[in-house]
Design a protein. Structure first.
Length: 213
């Protein structure tokens, strides 16, 4: 089962009220647990602190079922969500969000003009190569744009590459992902033409805002 198929399956299960939590385990011992049911909610604790920083046109990378994209649109702010999962995009649109089925590394509308980018819910791990992802985000941003990323707590072991997924119906599939703790962010930002503007915590979640260096 491909990564896209895994996400399609878990989003469909979560939207139907069926348990859809899954775990990605890296060969080096790193582990991340995902719960799509949380992403399907209208709001999650800590979201408001993230959304408050999105004061202009926002690209929600890995938007999932459109929780954040929809909230921004409901607040009258322009936003677009992109996700590789057709199921996620369908769910996002059903809640009134504007969303496209798109890989962040493929052509994206508004490249170089976005005022804000979101990498929430651990999406800084997309693709399994944080350096590549942040370089791509830097190209998507306007010169004065801001990238708002959710990262792992300080002290969390960092890892990147291919993880094995353990999920309902998806045992044995693989996922290119990464875990980026706050401790690793300064070096990562410096290597990708970005700098850290701010960091904060809310509801047990850790966030950072980065801007072009």
């Amino acid at each position: 089962m491909t990564a896209v198929a895994v996400f399609d399956a878990v989003f469909d299960r979560a939207a139907s009220g069926v348990t859809a939590a899954f775990t990605a385990r890296h060969p080096g011992g790193g582990e991340l647990r995902f719960d799509p049911a949380v992403w399907c909610r209208d709001a999650t604790a800590g979201d408001s602190t993230l959304l408050a920083r999105c004061t202009g046109a926002t690209l929600d990378v890995g938007c999932g079922p459109g929780r954040l994209t929809g909230a921004l649109i409901d607040a009258g702010r322009p936003a677009l969500g992109i996700d590789i999962s057709a199921a996620a995009v369908r769910l996002a649109r059903s809640r009134g969000a504007v969303a496209l089925q798109r890989d962040v590394f493929d052509p994206v509308p508004g490249t170089g003009r976005w005022q804000h980018l979101l990498l929430a819910d651990g999406n800084v791990g997309i693709g399994g190569d944080p350096h590549r992802l942040l370089r791509r985000c830097r190209r998507l941003l306007a010169a004065d744009g801001r990238l708002h990323a959710e990262v792992a707590p300080p002290g969390t072991p960092a890892w990147s590459g291919t993880a094995v997924v353990q999920a309902p119906g998806g045992v044995g599939s693989t996922l290119s992902w990464a875990c980026v703790p706050l401790d690793d962010l300064p070096a990562l930002a410096g290597a990708t033409a970005l700098r850290i503007l701010d960091t904060w915590t809310a509801a047990g979640r850790w966030f950072a805002t980065l801007v072009p260096a």
